[in-house]
Write a protein that binds this ligand. Structure first.
Ligand SMILES: C[S@@+](CC[C@H](N)C(=O)[O-])C[C@H]1O[C@@H](n2cnc3c(N)ncnc32)[C@H](O)[C@@H]1O
Length: 253
């Protein structure tokens, strides 16, 4: 039986790696390093830097591979994602069969924590259905972007006894601020959905590249800082070619 280690690596700072994550990395026969295409080399570079710093097992090999791309021409969102996940599962199947034997151990390095807006565990469900080898999975938690956001703003995610909703930019834009929470953390927002809310009603705590040396944070009443966030986002994206940001919105009393 093979072992697949799904290791949370944190969100851009190699020091986010926990002792548990480092120990797991060193148990692996191979570490899969996805190449995500032009402009995203920084993400593969972080994984390589983590291995350079923490990998002490001379027997562990890094196996780089091109991550299949999503077919943006497919009109159905559900089908687009399903096809993409199936293609990644096939890639994992072939790599694992080629590079490990029965009893081998494979490390998959997952950005942040595997439980938060990440499909690796769902892809492993597909792999289970299609692979002709058996495997067990082990998950090692990592520091998620929402924890990095709270730490950088030195704040708690919730108010006393309050509910927090995790959501996406797309949902915030479509559905507005959730009725049943006084705080909402928004991920995967490519288009500054906070601009669609009544600006006087919320405070925002925003962060980009959290944990990385070029981290940017801004916070304050939405009506005062929204414009500065939009500008900072645009400038950062132009400078680096990509951006990863997240934010917490809180109802103002
Ligand atoms: C596909 S989700 C993956 C989340 C990841 N599993 C986690 O635990 O944070 C990607 C989204 O996470 C957020 N994110 C991830 N890393 C970030 C970082 N270093 N700074 C700010 N936001 C980040 C952004 O909202 C981004 O669009």
């Amino acid at each position: 039986m093979r072992t697949l280690l799904v290791i949370g690596i944190g969100t851009g700072n190699p020091e986010h790696m926990t002792v548990q994550a480092i120990n797991a990395l060193n148990r692996a026969d191979i570490v899969l390093i996805p190449r995500k295409g032009e402009g995203k080399e920084a993400l593969a570079d972080l994984r390589r830097e983590i291995c350079r710093r923490y990998l002490a097992n001379a027997g562990t090999r890094l196996v780089a591979f091109d991550l299949p791309e999503r077919d943006e021409a497919e009109p159905s969102y559900a089908r687009r994602v399903a096809d993409w996940h199936a293609a990644i599962a096939r890639t994992y199947r072939d790599l694992i069969a080629r590079h490990t034997g029965e009893g081998g151990t494979v490390a998959l390095l997952v950005w942040g924590d595997p439980s938060l807006y990440d499909s690796t565990l769902r892809i492993l469900d597909r792999l289970e259905d299609m692979a002709d080898f058996a495997f067990r999975r082990e998950v090692i938690p990592g520091i998620a972007s929402i924890q990095a956001l709270a730490a950088s703003h030195a704040m708690a995610l919730n108010t006393v006894g309050g509910a927090v909703q995790l959501t996406t930019g797309r949902r915030l834009r479509q559905e507005g601020f959730p009725d049943n929470a006084d705080s909402a953390v928004v991920l995967l927002d490519g288009e500054t959905a906070f601009e669609t809310l009544p600006q006087a009603d919320y405070d925002i705590f925003w962060g980009a590249y959290l944990g990385a040396p070029d981290e940017i944070t801004l916070a304050g009443p939405l009506h005062q800082v929204a414009g500065r966030i939009v500008e900072a986002r645009l400038a950062a994206r132009q400078r680096k070619g990509w951006i990863m940001d997240t934010y917490l919105l809180r109802r103002r009393r």
